[in-house]
Design a protein around this ligand. Sequence first.
Ligand SMILES: Nc1ncnc2c1ncn2[C@@H]1O[C@H](COP(=O)(O)OP(=O)(O)OP(=O)(O)O)[C@@H](O)[C@H]1O
Ligand SMILES: [Mg+2]
Ligand SMILES: [Zn+2]
Length: 449
Amino acid sequence: MASPAKAKARRAIPPVARRPSRAAALARPQLADPGRQAAIERAKLDWESTADALEALVCLLGQDGEITRTNRVVEDWSLGTVSGVLGKHAHTVVHPGCRNTRCSIAGFLKQSLGEIRRGTRGQFELQESIGARFLHMTIRPMRQRPGAESGPGDPRAVLVVTDLSALYRAQDALERLNSSLEERVRTRTQALADANRDLRNEIIRREQAEVALRGSRNELVALSEQLIGAQEGERKRIALELHDSVGQSLSAVKYTLERGMELLRQPRLGNPGAVFELAVRRIQETAESIRSISMNLRPKLLDDLGAASAVQWFCRDFAEIYPTLTIVTELSVNDGQVPGRLATVVYRSVQELLNNVAKHSSARHVVVKLSMDDNVLLLEVRDDGVGLEKATPESRRHGSGLRNLRERAQMTGGQFNIVQAPGRGTLAQLSWRLAEADRTVPQAARAAE
Ligand SMILES: Nc1ncnc2c1ncn2[C@@H]1O[C@H](COP(=O)(O)OP(=O)(O)OP(=O)(O)O)[C@@H](O)[C@H]1O
Ligand SMILES: [Mg+2]
Ligand SMILES: [Zn+2]
């Protein structure tokens, strides 16, 4: 229910011009003219039936606030009987049992009647709750015929009390309904906004996934192109090497043998023995270069034994070719520990890194390390040469060795890293975190690599 203070208002509203009411006429007993008397009786009856038909409590008030007439509503509201309340002060009837000396209703009645006595025209209003009822009260002065004097018992004012409780209850219910509706709308809006946001995030996520997918697809295409290119390059290189070293050597051997045979036929031209010795040396050299070509292709050891042995063998061979370079191998894993799928990449990486050391670093020492720690296979090649800083962007762009290493590492699930070694030189590292499957690959499967 609305609080008592809620609509408490007291304001003067300018009087509305209207016909003098019958009540005003009836409030003034006149001379005992029979015709007039009958008219007054009629007016009384009219007033009663009109006032009783109203839903508001209507009281005519004397100058001190006493009730001089009222309608049935006083009984409907259980404030007393129509005749019982006559002469009682309006406050005691409207506000039964009130002892409050500062009662706002009492104050309102007193002030309104006072102003009416002083001749203020207008209307006085108050809204107040009494018990469970929320009441609206209006006091208006009685209209008087012009020039007529009012007697001491004459009604001076009309008090109309309207019960707004039902209205307020309805309003209250409406407000509650409104706010619950608003609440539901808010909740629903929030839920929709949440769903919307989730949806948008999902879209973004999918778009990102799509971009990533497209990226990796492109990468794959580029990679396979590169692989094909690398294969082609390898073939050309082999052809060139066969032509340049083996072909030329064989031509030289053939020529030398022919010359030896010529000397056998004509001994006076020279000593055939020395020429045959030269031929043998050339054949040895040719065998050597064939060996080195095949070593660069794929050593038989890799298939027969495994990566660790092949690396060991390659390093020894490499040291023979480059006698100024001291190669230290620290291989703490055995062949069985290097998964078959990684054997080739490990071997190729050692090849490329050692070739780089020989070609670019001017190093005196190089350490090749292959180890396993916590299921991570680590290959390290460290030299004490000039270091990577000497490498120009140009030389890096042109070379494909390091790029290939990085790609091979990525394709096999590993990581490649090359840095300036602490102190001096270069440190290259490749590492692979081994999966469960890597540890259970049988030896024989490697031959298929
Ligand atoms: N150990 C190293 N010490 C110093 N510089 C190096 C070393 N390894 C590589 N570099 C530098 O990095 C560059 C790139 O190496 P990368 O192996 O990619 O190409 P490359 O050896 O020049 O050519 P490719 O390997 O294709 O025959 C080299 O040209 C060189 O300047
Ligand atoms: Mg290289
Ligand atoms: Zn009171």
